[in-house]
Design a protein around this ligand. Structure first.
Ligand code: URA
Length: 432
């Protein structure tokens, strides 16, 4: 009986696999009502799940939908996932980096929601490029050139969609076991050889502290191991936006610059670390040699060539690489935001910056909103930089005249300026 399953969890006992099947399966089929699932989620929030329960829940969730079998694609396939942040254009860079080193990167990505962006929105700012690929086409592009990036098709983990919607309205999103099972069910539903997780830490991330990030990372590694999948984690800083741009076309431009070896140092460091880990997980060498291969994929121009191949094969205009700005959508309004005081940038409210980008049109408040590919923010000053009074902190890009002034005020308020020079957080916080 569902009542007994809830009572057990409420009292801190473990649910058996059969009980979890009855609960989750029944919920997806519509036999278990929202109020019972909500009660169980709240019980989990306070009582948590054991390693065995998490692994069972993950498997039960992933089995409610399609399994994407990539075994027809030749070669070692490594997936990558980020727990989400602001200015995170890493997938556009590490994908071509590893594919240029003969490791296949066939990734299904999502769209942005709220203050965080999504790879699919970024890619679609490239004129002509489509991310709506049938599974057959997706596999055939990956087989031909070693990289394909598509939107999630079909019916992957419907249990997660239904459970997440309920978590969202019952204040039960931020529980480690539930986050870990949600993320890993979607990753394990795609049959790659290994997964590198970029777990973000800081004001712009789900996990605000390194302790929480470690707990989530260990939970996800444990689920992966129990399912016989290789998993590595890089915990990276999200206490300020990543790189110097937030917004779809602006981020594509920055990704291209990074692939040319001209990217901002924080973004470059993270991409080399993640691509190195992906190559290592693929069994192409030890950590040192893989980091070296990651670096040389950029220095040799091979990663950039692979990016061009990917854009072309998905119908996009490869001139975004050579003609940059001129080929990407541009906003009609660009507004400089000036600092009203002098001092060091002590911190940036990253989530706040993400919401400013959303106001400008770069993101979605609701799932069905349209994004403006040209909208976003260029960030000129980051933590540790000195700013003079009336010097530019950033530039807003938008087509919405009415939001310019409030957005400018909000961007300035996201900055905390101090007379003391702060310590700049390390980009790579920990590797597991
Ligand atoms: N991302 C997910 O996919 N699921 C969560 O629960 C939280 C973040």
């Amino acid at each position: 009986m569902i009542y007994d399953i809830l009572q057990k969890k409420r009292n801190g006992a473990e649910n058996s696999r059969e009980e979890l099947e009855e609960l989750v399966g029944g919920f997806v089929r519509g036999n278990v009502p929202d109020y019972q699932m909500a009660a169980w989620l709240m019980a989990v929030y306070f009582r948590h799940l054991s390693g065995r329960e998490r692994a069972d829940l993950t498997e039960i969730m992933l089995q409610t939908g399609d399994i994407i079998d990539l075994s027809e694609i030749k070669g070692v396939k490594i997936d990558k996932h980020s727990t989400g942040g602001v200015g995170d254009k890493v997938t556009l860079i590490v994908g071509p980096m590893v594919a240029s080193q003969d490791v296949v990167f066939a990734k299904l990505s999502g769209r942005g929601l709220g203050h965080t962006g999504g790879t699919i929105d970024k890619l679609e700012s490239i004129p002509g490029l489509t991310t709506e690929l049938s599974l057959e086409r997706f596999k055939s592009i990956a087989n031909e050139i070693g990289i394909a990036l598509a939107g999630q098709t079909g019916n992957i983990v419907p249990a997660d969609k239904k459970m997440y919607a309920l978590r969202d309205v019952t204040a039960t999103v931020d529980e480690i076991s539930l986050i870990a099972s949600s993320i890993m069910s979607k990753k394990l539903a795609i049959t790659t050889d290994g997964i590198v997780l970029d777990v973000k830490v800081g004001s712009g991330a789900f996990m605000k502290t390194i302790g929480e990030a470690e707990e989530l990372s260990e939970a996800m590694i444990d689920i992966g191991v129990r399912h016989g999948r290789k998993v590595a984690v890089v915990m990276s800083d999200m206490s300020q936006p990543l790189g110097k741009t937030v917004g779809n076309a602006l981020e594509v431009r920055e990704a291209v610059e990074t692939l040319k070896g001209e990217g901002p140092s924080d973004l470059q460091e993270l991409c080399i670390c993640l691509a190195g880990k992906m190559l290592e997980l693929a069994g192409t060498g030890n950590s040192e040699t893989c980091l070296e291969r990651a670096r040389s994929s950029i220095e040799s121009g091979k990663a950039l060539e692979k990016f061009v191949e990917m854009v072309r094969s998905q119908g996009g205009d490869p001139e975004v690489v050579s003609a940059g700005k001129r080929k990407l959508p541009r906003a009609s309004i660009m507004k400089e935001v000036l600092s009203q005081e002098a001092g060091y940038i002590a911190s940036i409210d990253t989530e706040g910056v993400g919401f400013v980008a959303m106001m400008l049109g770069a993101g979605r408040r609701n799932k069905d909103d349209k994004v403006d590919p040209s909208a976003g923010i260029e960030i000129f000053k980051k933590v540790g930089n000195y700013v003079e009074r009336r010097e530019v902190l950033g530039v807003l890009h938008t087509n919405l005249e009415e939001v310019v002034e409030p957005a400018a005020g909000k961007l300035f308020s996201a900055y905390r300026i101090s007379a003391d020079k702060p310590t700049v957080p390390d980009m790579i916080r920990k590797i597991l």
